[in-house]
Design a protein around this ligand. Sequence first.
Ligand code: DQA
Length: 180
Amino acid sequence: MGKAESQRAGNGSIGDEITMNTFSVYQIIVVNGPNLRFVGQRDTKVYGDGKIVDIPDILYKNNKNLSSRINLDFFQANGEGEIIDRLEKAWQSGISGMVINPGAYTHTSLALADCLGWIAVPFVEVHLSNVWSRNKIRHQSLTAVHSIGIIAGFGIMSYVYGLQALVDFLDKSSNTREDK
Ligand code: DQA
């Protein structure tokens, strides 16, 4: 994890206000599970017409400070094993955090949940749709128990809010670590 520093300092005379903010540059991956490659085209009445590729632009437009604070990577796979392989790789690389939409594996995949549990990388679970306003099988998430929180129901903005929440969480936990 890289470190960047911003500093506002006076000329050193007594009474000058000195503000020093140390902040981190986070490596973050956005992971999408099955049937999410064509978000923006798939069932737009349920999932909206926002596209995954637009996330960085929307994110940086909504929060200009974030562009210098995060390195974003994107991954999508339809297979459970491929997703788990990518998560293990992310863990091995020492990634800072993840935003994950596990798609239907949310409700069914103990294997994916086990992976998220043991790698213990902080992640926000996101859903385009409000899964609790849909059929009952979608009310259960096997994966969310390992998340720092869930955002659902805002279309592509769920990812944007998820990224903002993740960065806030990472900032707070690194400040807590530095305070000790
Ligand atoms: C979804 C909700 C899941 O129930 C569904 O299987 C998906 C998309 C969402 O983003 O709303 O594929 O994760």
